[in-house]
Design a protein. Structure first.
Length: 318
């Protein structure tokens, strides 16, 4: 078989949750350029509309953390060849302040939603013995090595998402469906730019702590997606693949030596010296400014130098 035929995805129908932004949009754009048919969904209607118009693909709004949102996806998308679970969320807070609401919301979006959505699409995934249907979870290196921060729900959900296909693949193989996970390192997305603390906002700090000394590009996420979605990857089942520039190995080596990456000093420091210098209070819905009178142009108290919505848009204050 020639290489073009081996990696051919022309005519295949892809449904990408969270395909309106970030990595999801990168995948959607690349699939379309390689002849695939793409449907995207997201919760932010303006971005969904813009992306679908830019890429000339079908797009619609849906909240897949709800039963109604999942059914809406099934009704609109119908039969498909490849399902990519890319939508997700994250919240950060001190452990003793991490709320049940934030935990449930993160687990719901990152773990429960992909499980129930894939379950709902089982009758619609067009798999055969010669060419199985494909489900791809977009995971994270944080599932394997937690480099820092306080996104406890995110780490837990991505670790569980990575393990989800291990057991389920045993059942799905009988229906000719391959389910795998791609654990991503840093990629050039708006989210990464939002959390970037480099002085010049150029992601210098993030790139510096990657073995490649850079962050991922569109082609570097598109390649593994096409691989798993084509004949080339049809023998890969129930696995997780790191797409991170070697970050997991790099961080893992440091972790086993008892060091962690201090996000404030940008230095590797002994684990026993690790402290949490900030005590956070969360604003309540009835008191959106929390315990302090914070103006829209005030700086966030996390010392990042960014405006008050810096901490994941959740109004976290010291």
């Amino acid at each position: 078989m020639k290489i073009k035929e081996l990696f051919d995805i022309r005519g295949k129908k892809f449904f990408i949750t969270g395909g309106h932004t970030g990595v999801g949009r990168m995948i959607a754009e690349g699939v379309i350029k390689n002849g695939g048919q793409v449907v995207i969904s997201g919760r932010r209607s303006e971005l969904v509309q813009k992306t679908s118009e830019d890429l000339l693909c079908t797009g619609f709004t849906a909240d897949i953390s709800t039963d109604e949102g999942i059914q809406r996806c099934v009704d609109i998308v119908g039969d498909l060849d490849v399902l990519i679970n890319c939508a997700g969320t994250s919240f950060a807070s001190q452990f003793d302040e991490f709320s049940e609401y934030d935990w449930d919301k993160t687990i719901g979006a990152n773990l429960t939603a992909p499980f129930l959505l894939t379950q709902a699409f089982l009758p619609h995934l067009r798999g055969t013995k010669e060419q199985p249907a494909v489900v791809i979870n977009i995971g994270s290196t944080e599932a394997v090595v937690a480099a820092g921060g306080c996104a406890y729900g995110y780490n837990a959900s991505k670790a569980a998402l990575m393990h989800m296909p291990f057991k389920l693949q045993e059942d799905l193989a009988k229906q000719y469906i391959n389910w795998n996970t791609l654990n991503l390192g840093p990629f050039d997305t708006d989210l990464l730019k939002f959390i970037d603390e480099s002085p010049d906002q150029n992601m210098e700090y993030i790139a510096e702590h990657n073995p490649q000394k850079r962050i991922g590009t569109k082609n570097e996420i598109l390649g593994p997606v096409i691989y798993l979605s084509s004949k080339a990857g049809q023998y890969i089942k129930g696995r997780s693949i790191a797409v991170d520039g070697g970050l997991v190995t790099f961080l893992g080596n440091y972790m086993t030596k008892g060091a962690y990456l201090n996000q404030h000093t940008k230095q590797w420091e002994p684990t026993e010296t690790r402290t949490y210098p900030y005590k956070w209070k969360r604003a309540k819905p009835e008191d959106p400014k929390g315990l302090f009178d914070i103006g829209k142009d005030d700086l966030c108290l996390c010392n990042s130098g960014k405006k008050y919505k810096h901490c994941h848009g959740e109004h976290l204050w010291k």
